[in-house]
Design a protein around this ligand. Structure first.
Ligand code: ZN
Ligand code: ZN
Length: 276
């Protein structure tokens, strides 16, 4: 294959994805993808395993994570690439974020109990397994108990913003997320900007070290991607992209359904090389 492109936004079982890094790499190879990143939420647990497997299986893997930051009532996701995943300060902060995720599960369980939805925290933690826990795991637990049949339904009825089981997330600011990635020698990228809708902050974040925009994403149409491509060029930010695959068929996302042209992978590799 001349240019199988890259998928730099994939979730594994180390957060709320269903597949192991090995299964993800096998799928990516089947689809002719040249480079991947597993960007699990608020954790770097799967990074080493992914890099080891990728080097054995002859596919490029770039270390990644997706940090959840909070602005008011909204979430902003900051992707980090090519950073030192062993960095102690970064790990300390990610551990704290994961503890907050667990605390949120207990609060959600309480709120849900008040409307007669009986979930035990362990129902959620057993689904999350070794990964960072999230609302998706809560949704699966609710479905398992027979209170709903689809994940979208759970969010609409119970745990989406403003619903009875919704508990606001406590987290760090986008500036701190950017800072953590920069401090660990990496490249911070604003994830799926069309979802977060905070274009007015991009230049300010760039001042803090933001280096890229996720131009290609399964929730962003061709027209939207072209808009962010222009913005990235205007602001001198690098361009990334990926499917945001979680392993379920929800939203019909699959690995490689969004292909980042390989020249952009070369560009972020070059930025890393220049940083030393
Ligand atoms: Zn995200
Ligand atoms: Zn994601």
């Amino acid at each position: 294959m001349i240019d199988g492109g890259a998928d730099l936004h994939i979730h594994s079982c180390y957060s709320d994805g269903l597949y192991t890094p090995l299964q993800i790499i096998q799928l990516a190879i089947e689809k002719g993808i040249r480079a991947i990143s597993i960007s699990d939420h608020d954790t770097v647990q799967g990074v080493e395993e992914t890099l080891d497997l990728a080097s054995q299986m002859d596919i490029m893997a770039i270390p990644a994570t997706e940090i959840s930051a909070i602005v008011g009532n909204s979430e902003v996701h900051i992707l980090g690439y090519h950073f030192d995943w062993r960095n102690a300060q970064l790990n300390k902060r990610l551990d704290w974020l994961c503890q907050e995720r667990e605390r949120r599960v207990y609060q959600m369980v309480q709120s849900l109990a008040e409307i007669g939805i009986d979930i035990h925290p362990d129902d959620v933690f057993s689904i999350a397994g070794k990964g960072s826990t999230g609302r998706l795991h809560m949704a699966m637990a609710i479905i398992k108990k027979g209170y709903a049949t689809k994940i979208t339904e759970v969010f609409k009825k119970y745990i989406g913003y403003g619903k009875p089981g919704f508990v606001p997330k406590v987290g760090i600011s986008p500036e701190e997320a950017i800072d953590l990635i920069v401090m660990a020698g990496g490249i911070p990228v604003y994830a799926h900007p069309a979802i977060s809708k905070m274009d007015q902050c991009i230049l300010q974040w760039k001042g803090k070290g933001l280096a890229g925009l996720e131009v290609y994403h399964s929730s962003q149409s061709g027209q939207v991607s072209r808009f962010y491509e222009q913005l990235a060029l205007k602001y001198h930010l690098c361009i990334t992209g990926g499917s945001d695959f979680h392993g379920m068929n929800e939203n019909h996302r699959s690995i490689g359904m969004v292909r980042l042209p390989y020249k952009y992978v070369e560009r972020i590799n070059q930025i890393k090389a220049e940083k030393g």
